[in-house]
Design a protein around this ligand. Structure first.
Ligand code: F6P
Ligand code: MG
Length: 475
């Protein structure tokens, strides 16, 4: 499929891709270099402190390899800033073919440099290239250079997390009444969908400039805050999704996950609501990323760790006056759901970074390829078929939205179904996205033109959002 508009790329200095390449990627890369420096310094101290020769050897190897990684990343930073050619991904045992063939194609068009390549492609390539530096070592191949950042930010979400857990606890008391009150269930459904939507407002690749109180404000999910934010939902298919969900009985919902930490927590709460409080859904499948991705995306390890750390009162101590038990009861239920297969990961939870070679991992590798989702059937037929068995596939977040729409310069009033290309109608599809990149579709022309003319950064500043739903084609 080829879209009738060109992709966004940084050749336009007024676009957000330019800002990203110039300002944000260098910050992200520098963060990784700093962390590797710190770790190798700690390893040096450890090595100097040990007197056992046999223990020094493996430490030395780790240090040497860390230095090798730092060198490569520093070179990458230098070359990126000077618009060098993007080199092929080396053969490192993980999928690279889609990247390298696209690089070749871009070379023919003289668009294979950091400031000329399509933004979506270049950004995916960046994370895949970083991965190659780690996977080619013996000591760091399962290391996630963003793990500590993910955990740190997660810790700052304590207040919102305990608030939501208390709300869910109160719901529990209403359980019996709710089951027979479909109107009330519909109202709650919308609360949940909005909580899950705004959970996407906190992704770490954008947090390069935010303070922890900014983060807390973003996470305030009380009713008033939601009403205030409703005007920022520029496309709102909540009613349509609810009508679709109501038509299901014991159905399956899939989440194509985005960020770990708070956003994943909101995904799990939404999933919990669907299976615990409605008769419409009985299983939920979660799709993680198999390599460290866009800083904060969920890996299989993050999924398991998130649930475990929520059970640790030292990790997220309840704010004064709040009851840890509310959170604990909910997480214990999730653990039971995981054990019973009500909540399932699309790959085994123990899947190592990179994924290995079983079929499920092979399918999951599609999420970290640079391919737009309209090519899913061609690139990942197994995954496409698996999703066809789902009753609702929820794509979380901004990057998933860019991939759904190919990150091309569609007029903002293009129908969502057109922008999905051949993926449209494959399965019932819901995208929950706060706007953090230029591409927007499915918004009324008048509104989009007004916002564009107002000088507002509505496409990229994360204040606006889209809830876009499309049914499956009738067989
Ligand atoms: O530039 C913003 C950005 O880094 C995009 O590259 C990416 O689409 C997005 O943030 C990641 O956001 P999310 O975690 O919502 O996919
Ligand atoms: Mg993300």
């Amino acid at each position: 499929f080829s879209a009738p508009y060109p992709p966004y790329d940084p050749t336009d200095p007024t676009g957000f891709s330019y800002t990203t390449v110039v300002h944000r990627w260098p910050v992200i890369i520098t963060g990784v270099i700093d962390r590797m420096h710190r770790l190798s310094h700690e390893l040096c101290l450890e090595m100097n402190a040990t007197e056992v020769e046999a223990e020094k050897e493996p430490l030395k190897l780790r240090i040497d390899e860390a230095r090798g990684i730092i060198e490569k990343i520093s070179k990458l930073k230098y070359e990126m800033g000077r618009n060098y050619v993007m080199e092929p991904i080396p053969s490192d045992g993980e999928p690279a073919e889609t990247y390298n063939s696209e690089l070749q194609r871009l070379a023919e068009e003289a668009k294979n440099t950091w400031f000329t390549a399509p933004w979506l492609f270049a950004e995916c390539y960046l994370y895949r290239l970083l991965r190659s530096y780690f996977v080619q070592t013996t000591q760091w191949s399962s290391f996630d250079p963003f793990a500590s950042q993910k955990a740190e930010t997660f810790k700052q979400s304590g207040k919102a997390i305990h608030q939501i857990a208390t709300t869910m606890h109160e719901l529990q008391e209403e359980h019996a009444k709710l089951a027979s009150d479909s109107e009330k269930l519909g109202v709650l459904f919308k609360e949940m969908i909005q909580m899950c939507l705004w959970g996407n407002a906190t992704d770490l690749s954008l947090l390069t400039h935010m303070s922890s109180s900014d983060i807390e404000n973003l996470q305030t999910v009380g009713k008033d805050a939601q009403t205030a934010r409703a005007e920022f939902i520029l496309r709102d298919d909540q009613e349509k999704v609810w009508s679709h969900v109501v038509s299901l009985s014991g159905g399956r919902v899939d989440f194509v996950l985005d960020n770990a930490g708070f956003e994943l927590f909101t995904d799990l709460v939404f999933a919990d609501f669907l299976v615990t409080y409605t008769p419409h859904v009985s299983t939920v499948v979660f799709h993680p990323k198999l390599i460290p991705w866009f800083v904060s995306d969920v890996t299989p390890g993050d999924f398991t760790d998130t649930i475990h750390s929520l059970l640790d009162p030292a990790f997220l101590p309840p704010p004064p006056g709040m009851d840890f038990e509310h959170l604990q009861t909910m997480i214990k239920r999730w653990e039971r759901y995981v054990a019973e297969g009500v909540f399932a990961l699309s790959v085994p939870a123990t899947t190592p970074l990179g994924g290995g070679s079983d079929g499920a991992a092979e399918s999951a590798q599609f999420w970290t390829s640079p391919a737009p989702y309209w090519d899913m059937q061609r690139h990942a037929p197994g995954l496409w078929n698996a999703l066809r068995a789902s009753n609702l596939v929820i794509f979380k977040g901004d990057l998933n939205y860019r991939k759904l729409t190919g990150d091309v310069q569609w007029p903002a009033w293009t129908p969502f179904s057109t922008a999905l290309g051949p993926l449209a109608g494959s399965f019932p599809l819901l995208s929950l996205r706060t706007n953090k990149a230029d591409v927007v579709v499915g918004v009324e022309r008048e509104i989009a033109e007004k916002l564009d003319g107002s000088g507002s950064k509505w496409r990229v500043d994360g204040r606006y959002a889209l809830i876009s739903f499309l049914e499956a084609n009738k067989e």
